[in-house]
Design a protein around this ligand. Structure first.
Ligand code: HEM
Length: 515
C-alpha cells in the first residue's frame, strides 16, 4: 500500500486488462474489476478516465463509502508520490465540518446557554457508539427489513440505551452511563443528544426498530405498575432482553380513544381481553403489550400489561418504511391476565395513563425528526458542492441555493425552539410540563414534521433522479422522502397537534384583554 507512483506511471495503464486510475491521490488497479464494475466497463476506458486522475468523475457518481468497502479498498495499489489524500471519513465521534451539519453548540467558535462540557463529552461518546454500532446495522436493516440483531441490542443495552431514552428518573439509579454521567445528573439535554445522534445514524424504520416500543410502552409500567409487576418485568426490559410495545390504536380508532373496541372484562381475579390493535410499533417481536382496553359500559378505559402468550397473535403489516420497526397487527383472543398485578393505574383511569406519556413521546419524535432533517441539509450541501452541471458545481445555480437557504432556516429554527422546550422540561415539574408544555410541544411537532416534508421535497429536487433510488448517492434522501411522513402521523397527527396547541392557547386567553 505504501508504493509510490507518478502520474506518468499511471498513464501507461489504459487498456482492457491493464487499467489504472487515480482517485484522491490513491492509485487503483481496476484491470480485473472493470468487467465487474456496476456502472459498466466501457466508461472506465474513456480517455478522460483511464490512466488519469478520475477524482471529480468518481465523486460525481459515488459516495465516499464505496472506496472504504473492503472489496473496493483492496483495489488500491499505492499513492501518487508527494500527494496525500484530501477526502477522509469522519473518525469515531468526530463532528462534521460542513456548515449547518451540526447544531451550533457543537460548532467551534459558537456558544450555547444550555450545554456543559459534560454534555459535550457525553455527545462524543454517544456518537462514537452509534457510528460504530447503529450505522452499519441501519445499512443492513434498512436494506432487508430484518430485525435488529441480538449482538447490536446487547451492545446498546450495555450502554443503557433504553433507560437513557426514557429520560431522567428512577430507572437510571445505579446505572453507569456513557462518559461517566451520573444518573442524577442525566437531564433532558442528555436525552436530546441520544435522540439527535440516533437519527444521524439510523434510518427511519431502524430508529423505531431500536426499542421505540419500549420508549412509549415502558413509562406506564414504570409510573403506574404495582411494585410486584415492575420487579418481575422491568429488569429484563431495561436490559434489552425482553421487548415492549404500546398497543393503543385500532383499525376502529386512533386518537379517538372513545372509539376503541378492545375490551377487558373481569372473570374472578383475571382480566379477559378480546380485540385487535393496528400499527403497533415493535409488535412483531414484543414480549409485552401495554394495552389500552375498554372496561365497563360507560366508556371507561383501563391500561393493562399483556404478556405474549396463549391467545396473543401478531402479524407484520407492510408499511412504507423498513420492516425492522416491527409494525404489527395484534389480535387478543380471550387472553387472561391477573388483574391485581397487570392493571396499570386505576381501573377506568387509562386515559390519564396514556396522556401522561404523550408529551415525552412527541418531544422525542421532534428530536429525531429534527436531527434527520439536519442530515438531509448536510447531504444536500455536500452534493451541491461536488456535483458538476453545465461545467460548474450544482451550488452555482441560484435556484439550488434558494432551496438550501430554506432547508437551513427550517432546521436552525426548529433546533432553537426544540432546545428552548427542552430547557423548560429540565426546569419544570411533571405537572407543570403537562399544563404548560402540551400545547407548545404539539405546535413544535407540527412545525418540525411539516418542515420535514418540505425539506424532503426540496432535497429531492436538489438530488434529482438519485433521490429516487434506494442505493447510491441519494440513498439518504430517498429514505427520508419515503419515511418523513411517519413523523407527521406517529405520536399524534400533525394537524391534530397544531390544533391542540391553539386550543390550549385559547383556553389560557386572559379575560381582561381586548384589541
Ligand atoms: C475504484 C474505482 C471505482 C469503484 C470501486 C466503483 C464502484 C462502483 C459501484 C459499487 C457502483 C454501484 C453504485 C454505488 O454503489 O454507488 C458504481 C456505479 C457507477 N460507477 Fe463506479 N466505481 C469506480 C470508478 C468509477 C469511475 C472512475 C467512473 C467514471 C467514469 C465510474 C462510473 C460509474 C457509474 C456511471 C456508475 C453508475 C452510477 C449510477 O447508477 O448512478 N466508476 N461504481
Amino acid at each position: 500500500m505504501s508504493k509510490s507512483f507518478s502520474y506518468e506511471d499511471v498513464a501507461k495503464h489504459t487498456k482492457e486488462g491493464d487499467l489504472w486510475l487515480v482517485i484522491d491521490s490513491k492509485v487503483y488497479d481496476l484491470s480485473r474489476f472493470a468487467k465487474m464494475h456496476p456502472g459498466g466497463a466501457n466508461l472506465l476506458y474513456a480517455p478522460a478516465v483511464a490512466g488519469r486522475d478520475a477524482t471529480q468523475a468518481f465523486f460525481g457518481l459515488h459516495r465516499h463509502e464505496v472506496l472504504l468497502k473492503p472489496q473496493y479498498a483492496r483495489l488500491q495499489i499505492g499513492s501518487i508520490a508527494g500527494e496525500t489524500e484530501q477526502i477522509r471519513a469522519p473518525a469515531p465521534g468526530e463532528t462534521s465540518g460542513v456548515p449547518y451539519a451540526e447544531p451550533t453548540w457543537l460548532c467551534e467558535g459558537y456558544y450555547s446557554p444550555y450545554y456543559t462540557e459534560g454534555h459535550r463529552a457525553f455527545q462524543k461518546a454517544v456518537r462514537t457508539l452509534f457510528m460504530e454500532v447503529v450505522a452499519p446495522e441501519s445499512a443492513r436493516c434498512e436494506a432487508d427489513g430484518s430485525r435488529i440483531s441480538e449482538e447490536v441490542t446487547r451492545k446498546l443495552s450495555d450502554a443503557n440505551f433504553l433507560p437513557m431514552r426514557l429520560g431522567p428518573g428512577k430507572h437510571l439509579k445505579g446505572r453507569t452511563l456513557l462518559s461517566g454521567v451520573k444518573p442524577e445528573e442525566y437531564d433532558y439535554f442528555h436525552e436530546l443528544i441520544v435522540n439527535n445522534e440516533l437519527a444521524r445514524f439510523g434510518g427511519r424504520g431502524v430508529i423505531d426498530g431500536l426499542q421505540n416500543g419500549g420508549v412509549i410502552g415502558v413509562p406506564p409500567i414504570l409510573n403506574y405498575g404495582v411494585q410486584e409487576l415492575q420487579d418481575a418485568v422491568l429488569p429484563d426490559i431495561l436490559d434489552g432482553k425482553k421487548f415492549v410495545a404500546l398497543a393503543i390504536s385500532e383499525a376502529f380508532a386512533g386518537s379517538d380513544v372513545a372509539g376503541l373496541q378492545t375490551t377487558a372484562v373481569r372473570d374472578g381475579p383475571d382480566w379477559v381481553i378480546t380485540g385487535t390493535k393496528k400499527w403497533i410499533t415493535n409488535g412483531t417481536f414484543a414480549d409485552y403489550f401495554t394495552t389500552g382496553c375498554k372496561t365497563g359500559t360507560d366508556g371507561g378505559f383501563t391500561m393493562i400489561l399483556i404478556p405474549r402468550g396463549p391467545g396473543v397473535e401478531t402479524k407484520a403489516i407492510k408499511t412504507s418504511y423498513s420492516a425492522t420497526a416491527g409494525t404489527a397487527y395484534v389480535t387478543f383472543d380471550a387472553v387472561r391476565v391477573p388483574a391485581a398485578t397487570h392493571t396499570l393505574g386505576e381501573e377506568g383511569q387509562g386515559l390519564k395513563v396514556i396522556l401522561s406519556n404523550f408529551n415525552h413521546e412527541r418531544w422525542m419524535v421532534c428530536a429525531t425528526a429534527q436531527s434527520a432533517q439536519r442530515v438531509v441539509v448536510e447531504e444536500c450541501l455536500k452534493w451541491a458542492n461536488q456535483r458538476m452541471v453545465f461545467g460548474k458545481p450544482l451550488n452555482a445555480q441560484a435556484v439550488i441555493r434558494a432551496k438550501l437557504a430554506r432547508m437551513i432556516s427550517r432546521v436552525e429554527g426548529s433546533q432553537n425552539w426544540l432546545e428552548s422546550v427542552t430547557y423548560q422540561m429540565n426546569n419544570m415539574t411533571y405537572a407543570e410540563v403537562s399544563s404548560r408544555l402540551a400545547g407548545p410541544i404539539g405546535l413544535l411537532k407540527q412545525y418540525i414534521t411539516k418542515n420535514g416534508r418540505d425539506t424532503a421535497e426540496d432535497a429531492t429536487q436538489v438530488f434529482g433522479g438519485r433521490a429516487l433510488t434506494q442505493g447510491g448517492m441519494g440513498k439518504v434522501i430517498e429514505n427520508f422522502h419515503r419515511t418523513s411522513g411517519f413523523d407527521a402521523i406517529l405520536a399524534g397527527a400533525e394537524d391534530v397537534l397544531g390544533d391542540l396547541g391553539v386550543r390550549q392557547a385559547i383556553k389560557k386567553m386572559p379575560t381582561n384583554t381586548r384589541l
